[in-house]
Ligand binder design. Structure first.
Ligand code: PEP
Ligand code: MN
Length: 475
């Protein structure tokens, strides 16, 4: 059968991409995406038209009664795909059945960080059966580690070890526990039925994180004496560093966000902020530019070389935002949106958690624990003022929260004097005060023409005021 006759090649996009060099030799053939190679084969078999071909395995071709036109067409000979079978609901496996647990983790930015995680496993008697590294999506030169070890999450000892790993790593995603085909510790004879292989495949557990123990939470300083350093690109937030995030309350236009990005970068800011989904008190107020605004913010950040932070308001926005934004902000009004917090715990992106309008420090830390306990340890706290009887300022900036929080948790804490005071003339003095009391950074609203800002006009600084503030902070 001549390849010349082929006008359409069907496969999964990945399959087409992996055979790109071969496909270039038949340029007339249109590439058609299928859900998977098997579906492509089925479609070609049903059509029975010699101008339609599919890319897949010879075994699948055989199963569909297709003729193999050309073998070995992948660009790289050593191309392997690993499939993992996941169930939507956890299927518990009896603790007496030898099990393995799989998880994905990224390590903290400390010397010997991976070794510490491995020591936790080894020290608790869980033997590791696999360790592989893969590039971390969107983070050049950083790696995710895929780890399998002998253990079952239904066993409290394994649960404990996963809790310890959560605290030692930066991000942990538990894929689940499932019966191991080969393990060292066999069950007692006659005690437990071994699952047949097919059942074993289905028994992969996607287990929600266990509720944290009340005595020692992940967020507590007691569970981690060293400061957590949250990495944003080349930047580390926490420890001795002082990081300034600045930009408009809302992204309003390309010109507005580009001009602000340049000005705050030139003045020494480290991260560009900009709201695109705005939590406004009135539904008639400007609600933000949405995804179009995010694209403008991302482009502005890229062009001046600054990472970007923006507010995520809903669970459905998390995945899309995590692809584009370097830091995801949880606004004061969403501090106790527990579904949102849990969803943010599952992504490998730093989260800035603002203190709620009327939240105690304890409630704020408990909200952070929701994110940590779901796997993501990259949380930065942000004091942005609370509601008190005082009405001279928009909120009362609770700077005493900074030393309290630094004592109680290892997470970094920054201060937002813009929302904290609501008036631009108080922003600079409160910024200096925030630094003096030990904040790890600031979040400041800046606008090219503050009085015309579509949101938070009164508290936004112009470029000159922001530059003067940065100079006055020193170092
Ligand atoms: C903001 O950062 O623009 C914002 C809405 O902040 P907060 O959630 O603190 O009110
Ligand atoms: Mn604002």
């Amino acid at each position: 059968m001549p390849l010349d006759a082929v006008t359409h090649v069907l496969s999964h996009p990945q399959g087409l991409e992996q055979c790109a060099a071969f496909l270039r030799t038949i340029p007339r053939a249109a590439q058609v995406h299928s859900f998977d190679p098997a579906e492509a084969m089925r479609a070609v078999a049903e059509r029975a038209d010699p101008s339609y071909a599919a890319i897949g395995s010879p075994e699948a071709a055989d199963a569909h009664g297709l003729v193999v036109l050309r073998r070995g067409i992948a660009d790289r000979e050593e191309n392997y795909t690993r499939f993992v079978v996941l169930a939507a609901k956890p299927i518990a496996v009896d603790v007496r059945v030898p099990c393995k647990t799989s998880l994905v983790l990224s390590t903290r930015h400390e010397e010997g960080a991976l070794l510490r995680c491995l020591e936790i496993l080894a020290g608790s008697g869980h033997s590791m059966t696999k360790l592989e590294s893969r590039p971390r999506p969107g983070r050049p030169f950083e790696y995710l580690f895929f780890l399998d070890f002998e253990g079952n999450l239904a066993d409290p000892r394994t649960q404990l070890v996963v809790d310890e790993l959560r605290s030692a790593a930066l991000y942990v995603k538990v894929l689940g526990s499932y019966p191991a085909k080969v393990t060292r510790s066999e069950p007692q004879p006659g005690q437990v039925r071994q699952l047949p292989a097919t059942e074993a495949l289905e028994a992969v557990v996607v287990r929600p994180p266990a509720p944290a123990k009340s005595s020692k939470r992940l967020v507590d300083r007691a569970s981690r004496p060293d400061d957590t350093l949250v990495r944003i690109g080349d930047l580390l937030v926490g420890g001795d560093g002082f990081v300034v995030m600045a930009g408009p309350c809302s992204v309003e236009s390309a010109e507005q966000v580009n001009a602000t990005a340049r000005a705050v970068r030139d003045a020494g800011a480290h991260v560009l902020r900009g709201g695109v989904f705005k939590p406004r008190t009135s539904p008639y107020a400007f609600q933000g530019m949405g995804w179009d605004g995010l694209a403008l913010l991302a482009e502005a950040g890229r062009s001046v070389g600054l990472p970007i932070i923006t507010e995520v308001m809903a669970v459905e926005q998390v995945a899309g935002m995590a692809r584009v934004a370097d830091v995801l902000q949880v606004g004061a009004r969403n501090m106790q949106n527990f579904d949102l917090l849990r969803a943010l715990g599952k992504v490998d992106r730093p989260v800035l958690l603002k203190r709620g309008l009327s939240s105690t420090i304890e409630e704020w830390l408990a909200a952070a624990e929701y994110i940590l306990s779901a796997g993501n340890q990259q949380v930065i706290l942000c004091e942005r003022g609370i509601r008190t009887f005082e009405s001279a300022t928009r909120n009362t900036l609770d700077l005493s929260a900074v030393p309290v929080v630094r004592e109680r948790t290892h997470l970094p804490v920054i201060v937002d004097p813009s929302h904290g005071t609501g008036q631009r003339r108080y922003v600079a003095p409160m910024s200096r005060a925030a630094r003096a009391v030990g904040a790890h950074g600031l979040l400041i609203e800046v606008h090219p023409d503050p009085d015309t800002a579509l949101s938070d006009a009164d508290q936004s600084l112009d470029f000159t005021q922001f530059t003067a503030l940065m100079a006055s902070l020193g170092g």
